[in-house]
Design a protein around this ligand. Structure first.
Ligand SMILES: Nc1ncnc2c1ncn2[C@@H]1O[C@H](COP(=O)(O)OP(=O)(O)OP(=O)(O)O)[C@@H](O)[C@H]1O
Ligand SMILES: [Mg+2]
Length: 460
């Protein structure tokens, strides 16, 4: 009999080591290693994989079926690339209570109505709870089948019993494979179960949506544990107290990761927001310092968001820095550039920067509005409410061009903004619609100081 090989696995991130370690070299958590028997995958894999290479032009019986099927929730379809591809596995992550189950039950209801049978596996909630939600969001349909189970083998056999056209697992942390020597919800279980579900989806060529809870660091399961196994990874985000929710793709094998979908949570479920700029600017305060509007480009669609900063004298030796909705390292870089290149001393200031509405901006075009909002708060001088800005800031303080200038300017003009601060761009990039827009083109952030000085003089 072959000797069973023991290995140690990090319960936080899944890192494997042949010997026990006190600290995980991958996720740096302390004492996370648990002993387990190394599993030999190679034998099973060899049985399943067709080892004969085939020409790419070879006809496959799945070719005709591999089309995109729209869910008919436009904001969802936009994010997944126009619809769900047969055999694709989509992982949706998000914080507790953000509305993941609500979103998928709405998708399931419409899918059952328009495309055929849907299997909804609910391991977390009772049948009554899920039905009550489905009723509230108007997703009841005879083609929607509910299955309450947490056992992976039961789930896999139930998928085989009927010709489902969509399978939903809510959530991956609630299911487990008893053969795997690990607790439900652990990294090993989550990875094994996802792997088995992906195999099933590919074998039957049916799409699957898997819900995953995120850890306090913001990852589903552990860092990059599931991302490479599935085809698409979506995050559902928003601020708890706000009703706005944003769906965005982190990875998509079948579409862009630039697109975002915007929803509003209401008692009838998630309502699509076709024109989100108006909603994002709805509660914007007027005449306060530290606020400016930034036209972000989420894929093909622009979106106006408010960038807010609070820069105040710190009372502690190590000033506080807080960033929400932006890359915090990027903001630290911008603070350093402001100090060095614009001569603004910020080392004794507490600085908080936020994107209102709970949306995450990961474009460098947000640099300029972040810098302007910090300066506005620093000088305590409000920027007129009909001003907007976009542009990247380089390490020498230079303001660089960004893509999508036309789309951004068009959106600003559409919402009646009067002035926009931008990098120097080609006049041909300025759209006709922006003819009433005053454009301030800057080359370096030093010029911003002048802008504020002038404002100060006119203020006096
Ligand atoms: N009657 C209601 N009216 C309005 N909003 C509601 C109502 N019931 C629930 N909600 C909203 O739905 C949210 C919960 O949605 P849902 O259960 O889909 O979240 P989830 O992300 O699946 O949560 P979990 O992580 O617990 O599974 C609540 O936080 C609340 O905002
Ligand atoms: Mg849920």
């Amino acid at each position: 009999m072959a000797h069973e090989k023991k290995i140690y696995e990090c319960s936080e991130c899944g890192f494997e080591s042949p010997k026990w370690l006190g600290k995980c070299p991958q996720c740096e958590s302390w004492n996370p290693f648990l002993e387990k028997i190394a599993k030999n995958y190679t034998k099973n894999k060899q049985k399943k994989i067709d080892t004969q290479p085939v020409s790419i032009l070879e006809k496959n019986h799945l070719d005709e079926q591999s089309k995109r099927i729209p869910t008919r929730i436009k904001e969802f379809d936009r994010v997944v690339g126009g619809g769900i591809i047969q055999g694709a596995v989509i992982l949706i992550g998000g914080e507790p209570g953000i509305g993941k189950s609500t979103l998928v039950i709405q998708v399931a209801g419409l899918w059952a109505k328009n495309n055929g049978s849907v299997l909804y596996v609910h391991g977390e909630e009772s049948f009554h709870q899920v039905k009550e939600r489905a009723q509230r969001v108007n997703a009841l349909h005879q083609n929607l089948f509910m299955f309450s189970s947490t056992d992976m083998s039961d789930i896999l056999s139930s998928i085989d019993t009927n010709q489902y056209s969509l399978v939903i697992i809510d959530s991956i942390q609630s299911v487990s494979n008893p053969e795997v020597d690990s607790l439900p919800g652990s990294i090993t279980q989550v990875r094994e179960c996802t792997y088995e579900l992906v195999q099933k989806a590919k074998q039957l060529n049916i799409p699957m949506i898997i819900i995953g809870h995120i850890t306090k660091e913001g990852y589903i399961a552990g860092p990059k544990v599931l991302e490479h196994i599935v085809d698409t990874v979506l995050y559902f985000e928003g601020e708890g107290k706000h009703s706005l929710r944003v769906l965005r793709a982190i990875k998509n094998r079948f579409g862009s990761t630039q697109e975002i979908g915007v929803f509003e949570m209401c008692s009838e479920g998630l309502k699509e927001i076709a024109d989100p700029s108006a909603i994002f600017l709805q509660e914007r305060p007027v005449g306060v310092s530290g606020s400016i509007v930034f036209p972000m480009v989420g894929g093909s669609r622009p979106l106006l968001v408010e960038i807010q900063s609070l820069v105040g004298k710190s009372r502690i030796p190590q000033p506080r820095r807080g960033v929400m909705g932006l890359n915090s390292q990027r903001v630290s870089l911008l603070i350093a550039i402001l100090e060095k290149k614009a001569g603004i001393f910020l080392s004794d200031r507490d600085i908080f920067v936020n994107v209102a509405g709970g949306v995450f901006v990961d474009e460098t075009a947000v640099d300029l509005p972040v810098v302007i909002s910090m300066l506005s708060s620093f000088w305590d001088l409000p920027i007129a409410s009909d001003w907007a800005a976009f542009g990247e800031v380089g390490l020498s303080g230079e303001i660089r061009r960004v893509n999508g200038a036309r789309i951004r300017l068009n959106e600003i003009a559409k919402f009646g903004f009067k002035t926009c601060i931008i990098p120097r761009i080609e006049p041909s990039d300025i759209p006709d619609k922006a003819e009433n827009l005053q454009i301030i083109s800057l080359e370096n952030i030093k010029e911003l100081n002048q802008l504020f000085e002038n404002r100060e003089k006119s203020h006096e």
